[in-house]
Design a protein around this ligand. Sequence first.
Ligand SMILES: [Fe+2]
Ligand SMILES: [Fe+2]
Length: 132
Amino acid sequence: MTSQFSLPFTAIKLIDRQHAQYVELVNDLSDWFYSADFDTNSLGAQTEAVVAYALEHFDAEEFLMRSHNYPDYEEHEAKHQKFREWIDGYQEKTASSNVTVEEAQRLLHWLTKWFAEQVKVDDQKLADFLSR
Ligand SMILES: [Fe+2]
Ligand SMILES: [Fe+2]
C-alpha cells in the first residue's frame, strides 16, 4: 500500500515542521501495518516512535499556547488529553502483548483520522490566532 496520510498546513512554521515529521513516522508505520511483516506482538515496538513524537508535539503546542496566552487553551489541551488517555490504555495492553488486530486498527485511527481532524479544527484555530 502506498503512503497517503497527509496533514493540512497551518502556516505556523514550528507546527508544520513537526506535523511533517509526524506524517513521515505515520506513513512508515502504516507501510509496516499493511506489509507481510505485520505482527501484533511487535506493535508496541513499532508504534513507540510515532506515539512518542505525537506526545512531544502536543507538549510543544501547549507550551506555545501558554506562552501566547491563547484564550482557547483549555479546549485544545482537552483534545490532546483525550489522546494521551487513550494511548495510556493502549500502552498498558501492548506492555502485556494482549493487542488484537481490531485494537491495532483503532490505534491507526487515532494516529491518522483523529489526529488530522484535531489539526483541521484546533491547530488551525490556534494558527489563526497566532498569525493575527
Ligand atoms: Fe498539532
Ligand atoms: Fe493540537
